[in-house]
Design a protein around this ligand. Structure first.
Ligand SMILES: Nc1ncnc2c1ncn2[C@@H]1O[C@H](COP(=O)(O)OP(=O)(O)OP(=O)(O)O)[C@@H](O)[C@H]1O
Ligand SMILES: [Mg+2]
Length: 223
């Protein structure tokens, strides 16, 4: 279960306060597939950064799988994320000068799930899953956008997270490849019995989800 209560997120941009998100309550049950919608700037990425513990709210409580993220230290939140959450970032956050394989192995070394000897084998299995095993030794900066997207997916699921957060995973892709990527993500989530949260602007994808939440309507900071 993911639960947010009485959240307020106010960014401090060199002394200028930016109230980005204010919401009373948000709950997502285990195994649910939820789409997050709403116009640009309404707070969707901010919400995902709070759920993943990348960001602490100015006020309020974030609880993920019975763990109060808002009472953990940064190091504890990093470890929690490595073991429980797979995050496909809006801008991928890959290391361009590392190879495909190195990018996927990296988060494995943060979680304590795998022995050193197992990591590469698991990472390769994941790359095969997204159809990129043939490119494992290529540097990420030499890949196409869709290929980078698939590396980001492989990296986010390699630790077998219970929760997958995908921030506009098809935002940079054409319709056909976008549909393929969404299918891949939902299939992996189903196999792993993971809770899936996806930010999307693509209305044609909404029927793949159990429900959709409009952050623009929920966010009291922009009313
Ligand atoms: N680090 C930051 N410092 C200051 N303001 C920020 C920061 N990050 C986001 N914001 C502001 O918070 C608001 C919400 O941003 P957020 O990135 O969550 O929007 P979004 O819904 O993901 O938008 P998009 O669909 O364009 O990705 C915006 O007004 C943005 O300018
Ligand atoms: Mg965003």
């Amino acid at each position: 279960m993911i639960e947010l209560n009485n959240i307020e997120m106010i960014y401090d941009d060199n002394g200028t306060k930016i109230e980005a998100l204010k919401l009373k309550e948000l709950k997502v049950n285990d195994g649910e597939k939820v789409a997050f919608i709403g116009s640009s700037g309404c707070g969707k990425t901010t919400l995902f950064n709070l759920i993943s513990g990348m960001l602490l709210p100015t006020k309020g409580k974030v609880t993920v799988e019975d763990v109060g993220l808002t009472s953990l230290t940064e190091g504890e939140r990093d470890l929690f994320r490595a073991n429980h959450i797979g995050y496909i970032f809006q801008d991928f956050n890959l290391f361009p000068d590392f190879t495909v394989l190195q990018n996927v192995v990296l988060p494995m070394s943060f979680s304590k799930r795998y022995e050193k000897g197992e990591m590469e084998k698991e990472a390769l299995a994941m790359l095969k899953r997204v159809g990129l095993d043939g490119k494992k030794d290529q540097k990420v900066k030499t890949l196409s956008g869709g290929e980078r997207q698939r590396v980001a997916i492989a990296r986010s699921i390699v630790n077998k997270p219970n929760i997958i957060l995908a921030d506009e995973p098809t935002g940079n892709l054409d319709y056909k490849n976008g549909a393929k990527i969404m299918e891949l993500i939902t299939q992996i989530a189903k196999e792993e019995k993971a809770t899936l949260l996806v930010i999307t602007h693509n209305n044609s994808q909404l029927d793949m989800f159990d429900r959709s939440i409009n952050i623009e309507e929920l966010n009291e900071a922009i009313k």
